[in-house]
Design a binder for this molecule. Structure first.
Ligand SMILES: C[S@@+](CC[C@H](N)C(=O)[O-])C[C@H]1O[C@@H](n2cnc3c(N)ncnc32)[C@H](O)[C@@H]1O
Length: 144
């Protein structure tokens, strides 16, 4: 389905998403076993997606990638060259990463990069008072 053409109400779409969520777990991606609940049995997954998360916790992607099956896919969106971001009055730190950092790290931890691109032209992307980021990247990679 083309999500941009989805004319269903937000209520219907919310219901659909809620029916598909199987579990919510507390995690800390800086830990080798990221799950904070001792009873949680980490399963291997076919696909893992992250959105605006990995730059919030440094050295984390390897721990997330450990939960992916060999041959599985990692789909990651994030911000480039962001030092911090603001939510209301709180300023949160961010790991300042460039496209080259994503490329080398993802390759080093055993992935083939299928696609890595920035979503905006540099001159098109304007920072605002919430973030000093320079662009947004999208990564699609396969675990070898
Ligand atoms: C910028 S928010 C993005 C939230 C959401 N994915 C979105 O796109 O709106 C960054 C998220 O990273 C989470 N985070 C920060 N440090 C973390 C850590 N060590 N382990 C797991 N999540 C962490 C924060 O709780 C926050 O929800």
């Amino acid at each position: 389905m083309d999500l941009a053409d989805d004319r269903r109400s937000t209520g219907v779409r919310e219901e659909e998403v809620r029916s598909k969520v199987k579990a919510i777990h507390h995690i800390d991606v800086r830990k080798e076993n990221i799950f904070l609940e001792p009873s949680c049995n980490p399963l291997l997954h076919d696909v893992i997606t992250t959105c605006f998360c990995c730059e919030s916790a440094s050295q984390s992607i390897k721990n997330v990638a450990n939960l992916l099956k060999s041959g599985g896919y990692l789909c990651m969106f994030g911000v480039l060259e962001q030092n911090s971001y603001r939510v209301r009055n709180f300023q949160f730190p961010s790991v300042n990463v460039k496209t080259e950092d994503i490329q080398s790290t993802i390759t080093e931890i055993g992935f083939e990069i299928l696609e890595l691109k920035t979503l905006f032209n540099d001159e098109e992307f304007t920072s605002n008072t919430l973030t000093d980021s320079k662009n947004i990247y999208a990564l699609f990679a396969k675990k070898l």
